[in-house]
Design a binder for this molecule. Structure first.
Ligand code: NAD
Length: 477
């Protein structure tokens, strides 16, 4: 672990000190050879601006070639980079760190997602094309440091943009190593460097400097409540992929074994770090006990009330003062294995256990808190109406993700209407809503308060209309 960190630190230091051919530093000189690694926001934006101008001269085929390098590295080097991410952030599960990079490399929508629209009529043609913004400022989370950068880079470059990333400080080393590898491969093949720039020592101040930089034309933030609020206050247009607390409802018509398998798959993925992961479950009384038995059969480990109390005391803490006082997940438990949580609860489970669960009432802090750890509380409710009302309440109006297991389309419809979430999954694990075992496409930036939804290359474009008056409608009168 120590060795990996030292290796990455030395790579960053090497790139920063490298004054290779054409290398740094402002005043009209090129930033080629920096491979996207910067300590100064002004320099990073200048380099990304220079890269944007070069990209604007290139063909769509070149954009595809650039993205193919990002895809290739994410797929071929997923084990090495996923291991670095795990070693640095110390949260989540190694197999999923690796899988996330591979999946994003394979499936993030690229240039093939771009399109134009046309209006053809008596007065000729109007073509709507999707143009880049320019340099985009991206803020990325610790829960998926390099994966978020990878997905953002593919989508943003497919739209013709370049980016300056302020990664989470606890995932900055793997971010730097990934960014360096992407840029170097692109530079060697296409001669453009710094399409993806990042701040090697990110801080709140460097995030603010990106928010306020006049060279940054759009902001894309992926993170929790504080950064979402900061982005929404910014004077620039912001695409905000904010926090969630996805509730699950199980009604009396559900296939309980299928529901249990889905809850374990989604709720345990990367130790519950996904913003879309199952966070609390409301089960109607008629099938409550049978649902808990289905969870046992599917391999989750059940905690009793004493064990849940012990875990709650250890893993949920209170922060803030006065009216701001609220519960949050304790840092040392976020993204830890189920066996680690079980130990804190006073129980031994096999290291292979993926998810802990148990009955709580709705007032247990695990229900309102976005816990990001593999313990999921199950709350007994009278009927579907109470389940939906409580799911809505504890989703906190984030309008992020909600899930139902049911074979009653009226109940599905009622919940879909009431919850009003960006993603609404029926009878599957959360990730099926991102095209992983369900239909649709993938992104790790799901824009919730600002409404763009699962981001694509088109999210990062501006519409331009090109009108030809009275001609080129070839269909005759
Ligand atoms: P976080 O909010 O602690 O950090 C996210 C990023 O914002 C980091 O780069 C951090 O340094 C920065 N940041 C934090 N406060 C800031 C401020 N006041 N000003 C500027 N920058 C600030 O979140 P995290 O723990 O890294 O990630 C988990 C959170 O992200 C969860 O709430 C999860 O739901 C959310 N998330 C959402 C999506 C989505 O697509 N909607 C995807 C992944 C994660």
């Amino acid at each position: 672990m120590q060795a990996t960190e030292e290796l990455i630190r030395s790579v960053v230091a090497q790139v920063l000190s490298q004054m290779g051919p054409g290398a740094p530093a402002g005043n009209g000189r090129s930033y080629r050879g920096r491979f996207g690694i910067f300590t100064c926001v002004d320099e990073a934006v200048a380099a990304a601006t220079e890269a944007f101008e070069q990209l604007s001269e290139r063909t769509i085929e070149d954009r595809k070639r650039i993205i193919d390098h990002i895809r290739r590295i994410s797929i071929e080097q997923c084990v090495e980079l996923g291991t670095m991410e795990m070693n640095e952030t110390k949260i989540g599960r190694l197999e999923h760190k690796i899988e996330k990079l591979k999946t994003l490399g394979e499936r993030t929508p690229g240039v093939e997602f771009m399109r134009s629209e046309v209006f053809s009529g008596d007065h000729g043609l109007a073509v709507i094309e999707h143009a880049p913004f320019g340099v985009i400022g991206a803020i990325t989370p610790v829960t998926h440091s390099l994966p978020t950068i990878t997905g953002n880079a593919v989508s943003m470059i497919a739209g013709g943009n370049t980016l300056v990333v302020n990664p989470h400080p606890s995932g900055k080393l793997v971010a730097a190593e990934g960014v360096r590898r992407f840029n170097e491969a692109i530079y060697r093949d296409l001669g453009i460097d710094n399409l993806i720039c990042m701040i090697a020592e990110p801080t709140i101040e460097s995030a603010d400097a990106i928010f306020n930089h006049k060279g940054v034309k759009l902001i894309c933030v992926t993170g929790g409540p504080a950064v979402a609020r900061a982005a929404l206050k910014s004077s620039k247009r912001a695409i905000v992929a904010g926090p969630g607390n996805p509730p699950v409802v199980v009604d009396e018509t559900a296939d309980l074994d299928r529901a249990a398998r889905a809850i374990i798959k989604g709720g345990a993925y990367d130790n519950n770090l996904l913003c879309i992961s199952e966070k609390e479950v409301f089960v109607v009384a008629e099938v409550f006990d049978a649902m808990l038995s289905a969870m046992d059969r599917a391999g989750a480990a059940r905690l009793n009330s004493r064990e849940i109390d012990a875990l709650t005391k250890a893993a949920i803490v209170s922060v803030g003062e006065g009216a701001d006082k609220h519960d949050v997940a304790a840092k040392e438990f976020i993204g830890q294995d189920a066996a680690v949580l079980a130990r804190a609860a006073g129980k031994q489970v096999s290291p292979k256990t993926e998810l802990l669960f148990g009955e709580t009432d709705e007032h247990n802090p695990f229900v309102p808190v976005e816990q990001m750890m593999p313990f999921v509380p199950f709350v007994r409710v009278r009927d579907i109406d109470e389940a939906i009302a409580k799911a809505k309440y504890y989703e906190h109006g984030f309008r992020h993700t909600s899930i139902i297991h049911s074979n009653n389309v009226r109940n599905m419809t009622k919940m879909g209407r009431a919850l009003d979430t960006t993603l609404f999954v029926k009878n599957g694990p959360c990730m099926s809503s991102l095209g992983l075992g369900g239909e649709g496409y993938l992104s790790f930036s799901i824009a919730t308060p600002t409404g763009e939804g699962v981001t694509t290359p088109l999210t990062f474009t501006r519409e331009r209309r090109c009108s030809l008056i009275d001609d080129l409608r070839i269909l005759g009168k």
